[in-house]
Design a protein around this ligand. Structure first.
Ligand SMILES: NC(=O)c1ccc[n+]([C@@H]2O[C@H](COP(=O)([O-])OP(=O)(O)OC[C@H]3O[C@@H](n4cnc5c(N)ncnc54)[C@H](OP(=O)(O)O)[C@@H]3O)[C@@H](O)[C@H]2O)c1
Length: 247
């Protein structure tokens, strides 16, 4: 049991939860990281255990903007009996915070928290879990987005830190080549945040395929990147062709 342990950040609900479900159903033992969605994560694990007839993972809690909490997360995962025995099969940087506010109104505190969540946390977690990833022949997948090179209104704090995450991952892909594969997945308009629910239809009009993807499309893309023996330094766009649309 527990041959392929995987850590997914921000996996209590929405796209992260869909990915956790997919990987648990494929036989992975998933550390379902949450900050506040503990009940949702426990329900997810209970349903997966019921479906698969085995314990499929566990909840790990940490605020990824807190240094001590991150350190403790690394140590919990590293010292877990399955990771000690098998190493880590996957590390998925999924946690995020998506909110729109004009540049003038977005203060340094908000910006710093996104730098921490999108860049520092993936840096610290990848560094701390590197020995376990190498031991497990594992790989890293970061969930970025399709904003690269574009201007999204009221989202400079979000898009610039996602760009930092993408560059961090591509640099690590080169630096760690032959040791750990590192890839990114860029979702398009998949699941509306509460604040954008009303205008999501107009966003979808810009998607060449004419519809949003499903959470399961993201999950299958992550699984593909995680398990592919050769892919590294790749950014997989799961966006219905949105990335070629000109704004
Ligand atoms: N939804 C889309 O259509 C879309 C489009 C493009 C890219 N993406 C990317 O795909 C990924 C998943 O999207 P999503 O919409 O499912 O994400 P989301 O709901 O915005 O966020 C995922 C989780 O991140 C966690 N999180 C937020 N702040 C945290 C903190 N300080 N410490 C630890 N965890 C924290 C939250 O956990 P708790 O609930 O436990 O607090 C939240 O449930 C994200 O990286 C997002 O940027 C999504």
């Amino acid at each position: 049991m527990g041959e392929r342990p995987v850590l997914i950040t921000g996996a209590g609900q929405r796209l992260g939860a869909a990915t956790a479900n997919r990987l648990m159903d494929e036989g992975c033992y998933v550390f379902v990281h949450v900050r506040s969605s503990i009940n949702q994560a426990e329900a997810l694990l209970a349903a997966a255990a019921e479906r698969n007839g085995r314990r499929c993972g566990e909840v790990v809690v940490a605020d990824l903007t807190d240094d001590a909490a991150m350190e403790s997360l690394v140590s919990t995962v590293t010292n877990h009996e399955f990771v000690a025995e098998h190493g880590l099969h996957g590390l998925i940087h999924n946690a995020s915070f998506y909110s729109q506010s004009s540049f003038e109104e977005t203060g340094l505190e908000t910006y710093r928290s996104l730098v921490r969540l999108h860049m520092e946390a993936p840096y610290v977690l990848t560094q701390g879990l590197l020995p376990a990833l190498e031991q497990g022949g594992g790989s890293v997948v970061a969930i970025v987005d399709t904003s690269w090179g574009r201007a999204w209104e009221g989202l400079a704090h979000y898009t610039s830190t996602k760009a930092g995450l993408r560059q961090l991952m591509l640099n690590l892909a080169g630096e760690l080549i032959g040791r750990v594969r590192v890839n990114c997945l860029a979702p398009g308009a998949i699941m509306a945040a509460d604040w954008e629910a009303e205008h999501f239809a107009s966003v979808l009009e810009k998607v060449p395929l004419g519809r949003s993807g499903k959470a399961e499309d993201i999950a299958s893309g992550v699984s593909f990147l995680l398990n592919h023996p050769t892919l590294s330094a790749h950014v997989l766009h799961v966006d219905g062709g949105w990335s070629i649309h000109e704004q």
